[in-house]
Design a protein around this ligand. Structure first.
Ligand code: BES
Ligand code: ZN
Length: 852
């Protein structure tokens, strides 16, 4: 496998040819599809002789150059290219080829999800449909005609506007679509099926009428309402906050069950994983509702940040993804609670991105090489990328940020550009020099900042020293430039001052005048994605007094982490922490926010701070703390539970969501007592509550603490929802994350369950993917968890490499494991690597983990 080719950014060359227009005809049949592709092409580099098109498994039927059929001597078909020899400066090519969507299990290009034909072309799927210059800097105007059996496929969709339709004698029909906006091939989409639909409209600020449609399997129409509402909210928000209107008179969204990712922003025809469209009170959790809102918005926002202005090459991916994630985060913050949103975003960043950045697969938000581009849709490119945009926002402020965005749109609309072009606009409108800041795009790993403080003669000195980590193979990374929001508090918790410090040197001292020694509140709002090392931090004080909702939360987390670490070292339990926790229980706070403050650090966050990871020790310490808190505050926790438990409510307003979140946090904490009393409460909640949020948490608790009650509740749940794939995925996840004895065997057996389907990524993620994050059993010292996941990677790689390399991500923790775990994991990783015909996707991840 070592001959897998590495692609480098430094090798980028401008396209020698451009495609002006692309007219496609798809004749869809059950066992094959015939594609006719007519392109008008111009030669940009006059020294070029041959046209080299990207392709994959090409079955070419015919090829014409300027209407003349080409003899075999004029073209060469290779594994990944079609070379047309000796072409002129301006010409027309017609290609006719055959593809097999029903056999396409990789879910890239044209494939079938159930009875629906659909596409996924980002980043390089289009070449599986027809030979093309399949790169984002080649933008063409597309016209698409779909022809299919009218009864089976009454709905035929593609990008842009519907232009015409026709009927054939044999029961087939055709529809032609035209998209006036030039676009790269990765934004091309088509859908054919017998779908249900809901319809709505949106009138833009400049009074343009936009028809909105969401298509789904028949019977699910009523579950699309929340997605539709979210779409309209997103359209309005982009007008209000960015001054951007939608630019077609039609916006289509299609929900499909088989999808590798969450959703895709194809121009005018978004295709979504049904998990991010379908919801009703009976089947979706509060978290599902939030997820739908943010993914719908994300794909909508891409229309400007991604589609109108796209990436020059895939190394620039964060140009559209980091920016669009930042936009969807701000949207969700505006629609819901700002403070909760920020904490959730930081939590997600640390759970996924910090772990990645600490592993051998660490990379900058703009990588300079890759083997499989599909592997680079990472938490780093997305979430850290969004943090980098947020830092620019903090550095220059909202007004100049908006001016920078306006300048960016004005200057680059309709083009395929680089992150540097974005930074040029921000720097110009922001009036700042961003040269040093650019290091965030090219350096990897999470920077640290060491904080030392002293107080003397009315001067508070804060010395900030950057600890710049080495990259995977490079030792020459330099100090970062970033905004650090701080405040000084007096003894009563009042703010003496709040300030954004600009950090740019390796070490710098900041001096503040103060009457007595102030208390430092640092990295407010998580203004920079760094790790703070601060010995003199006053966690208890900040937990109680800090008005910055993030630092208050952060202090609670850090204090808990230190308390757990002391337990891990065999020391006693810090009473001061227990008291501080008690204060939070009494605090009058927004309920969702309070639920977050009461949450104990995740196993992953404990792991990240450990030099060497031993799960049993981590678990034991966390359990001990949890039990202690639960027994100390049992009455208060029960009171909170009773006050906020409203089983008959299924409202989705902020208060109801907050109540569910808080009382479920209480119940979960109480469940560590493993008592019959709590099991009974959970069981009643399972039986009486009207929301999925309540049922899922009750099931999860019962699974952990009561054999008898969980058996009957799980049985009830299964029978009630066995026909609902999205709910069954929750069921599989509960069992895969269980701590009960025999979980591995149960997970293995569930693969044969009637409700399970290995060809649908959502099921694999919910069962196998969740098991691979079950620290207790995935990391079991006998190595059986590792062996199981390794086997699954090998199996699934043959079906869908992208899904397999996703599972391989669970091994990224390898380096930091204790010897015992490391040795058993190594055997499995080496075994996977020896597989012949391993995909480059899996090869890249595992070879990097093992550093071979
Ligand atoms: N452009 C991506 C989708 C994509 C990329 C699908 C590559 C398949 C291969 C889309 O905009 C996206 O980022 N989707 C995210 C969800 C989003 C809310 C972060 C996803 O699918 O996970
Ligand atoms: Zn995206």
């Amino acid at each position: 496998m070592s001959q897998v080719e590495t692609i480098y950014l430094k090798d980028y060359k401008a396209p020698q040819f451009l495609i002006k227009t692309c007219d496609l005809v798809f004749e869809l049949f059950e066992d094959y599809t015939q594609v006719t592709n007519m392109m008008k092409i111009t030669k940009e580099d006059k020294s070029a002789k041959d046209l080299v098109l990207d392709c994959a498994d090409l079955e070419l039927l015919d090829i014409y150059l300027d209407d003349a059929k080409l003899p075999q001597s004029r073209y060469i078909i290779e594994k990944e290219s079609l070379k047309v020899l000796d072409v002129g400066d301006e010409f027309k090519v017609i290609l006719i080829n055959k593809i097999y969507p029903h056999l396409n299990s990789e879910l890239e290009g044209l494939y079938k999800s159930g009875n629906i034909f659909c596409t996924q072309n980002e980043p390089e799927g289009f070449r599986r449909i027809t030979p093309y210059l399949d790169r984002p800097d080649v933008m063409a105007v597309f016209k698409t005609t779909l022809v299919a059996d009218k009864e089976r496929y009454p709905i035929l969709l593609s990008n842009g506007n519907r232009e015409s339709n026709f009927k054939l004698d044999d029961g087939r029909h055709g529809i032609t679509w035209f998209d006036p906006h030039p676009k790269p091939s990765y934004l091309f989409a088509l859908v054919a099926g017998d779908l249900g639909v809901i319809e709505d409209k949106y009138i833009t600020k400049s009074k343009k009428y936009v028809r909105l449609y969401i298509y789904t399997d028949k019977g699910n129409e009523s579950k699309c309402k929340h997605a539709m509402k979210s779409l309209k909210d997103a359209m309005k928000w982009d007008e209000d906050v960015y001054g951007r209107e939608y630019d077609l008179s039609l916006y289509n969204i299609v929900a499909v069950d088989s999808f590798n990712m969450g959703a895709m922003e194809n121009k005018g025809l978004n295709i979504f994983n049904s998990a991010y469209v379908l919801a009703d009170e009976d089947s979706a959790t509060d978290a599902n509702y939030m997820g739908i809102q943010s993914v719908i918005a994300h794909e909508y926002f891409h229309n400007w940040t991604g589609n109108r202005i796209t990436c020059r090459d895939w190394f620039q991916l964060t140009l559209k993804e980091g920016l669009t994630v930042f936009r969807d985060q701000c949207f969700s913050a505006d629609m819901n609670s700002k403070e909760v949103q920020r904490i959730e975003d930081v939590k997600a960043l640390r759970e996924r991105q910090f772990v990645e950045d600490a592993s051998p697969t660490a990379h900058p938000i703009q990588p300079d090489s890759y083997m499989a581009i599909n592997n680079f849709y990472t938490a780093t490119v997305y979430e850290k990328g969004a943090e980098v945009i947020r830092m620019i926002h903090t550095l220059i402020g909202e007004k100049k940020y908006r001016a920078g965005m306006d300048l960016y749109f004005e200057t680059f609309d309709g083009q395929a550009v680089r992150t540097n072009d974005f930074l040029w606009a921000m720097s110009k409108a922001g009036g700042v020099d961003l040269e040093l800041f650019k290091r965030w795009y090219h350096q990897s790993r999470t920077p640290k900042l060491k904080v030392d403080e002293s107080f003397e003669d009315g001067e508070f000195r804060v010395t900030l020293t950057q600890i710049v980590p080495n990259a995977v193979d490079v030792t020459t990374q330099s100090a970062y430039y970033y905004p650090l929001k701080i405040a000084l508090l007096d003894k009563s918790g009042e703010e003496i001052l709040e300030k954004v410090l600009i950090i740019s040197k390796e070490s710098e001292e900041f001096i503040f005048k103060a009457k007595s020694k102030p208390i430092l509140s640092i990295n407010r709002d998580f203004s920079a994605p760094i790790i703070i090392e601060h010995k003199e931090s006053n966690y208890a004080f900040l937990m109680k007094h800090d008005k910055n909702s993030f630092v208050k939360y952060e202090s609670a987390q850090s204090f808990a982490l230190e308390t757990i670490e002391a337990l891990m070292r065999g020391e006693g339990l810090d009473k001061e922490y227990v008291v501080a926790y008690g204060h939070i229980l009494e605090d009058e706070l927004d309920l969702s926010y309070k639920a977050l403050l009461l949450e104990l650090p995740s196993v992953s966050s404990i792991m990240q701070r450990a030099e060497v990871i031993d799960f049993e020790i981590i678990y034991e310490a966390k359990e001990k703390l949890q039990k202690h808190l639960a027994s100390t505050y049992k009455d208060k926790l029960l009171e909170i539970y009773r006050q906020n438990h409203k089983p008959e409510s299924k409202e989705l307003d902020a208060k109801s969501i907050g109540q569910r979140s808080l009382k479920n946090r209480s119940l979960k904490l109480l469940s560590s007592l493993q008592s019959d009393e709590i099991a009974t409460l959970a069981n009643e909640q399972y039986n009486n509550s009207l929301t999925m949020t309540d049922r899922i948490i009750a099931l999860d608790i019962l699974e952990d603490i009561s054999d008898a009650l969980s058996a009957s509740a799980l049985d009830n749940f299964y029978n009630r929802y066995k026909k609902d794939a999205l709910v069954m995925q929750k069921y599989f996840s509960i069992l895969a994350s269980s701590h009960r004895v025999g979980t591995l065997d149960r997970v293995m057996a569930l693969q044969n369950d009637d409700a399970y389907n290995e060809l649908i990524p959502n099921f694999v993620r919910s069962l196998i993917g969740v098991f691979a994050r079950n620290y207790k059993y995935f990391h079991a010292k006998d190595g059986l968890g590792y062996k199981f996941i390794a086997d699954k990677i090998i199996d699934i790689d043959k079906i869908n490499p992208q899904m397999a390399s996703g599972l391989a991500g669970a091994f990224k923790i390898y380096e930091k494991l204790n010897e015992k775990n490391k040795n058993v994991m190594k055997i499995e990783l080496q075994r996977v690597l020896k597989e012949h015909s391993l995909s480059k996707n899996v090869y890249e991840i595992i070879s990097k983990i093992l550093k071979v």
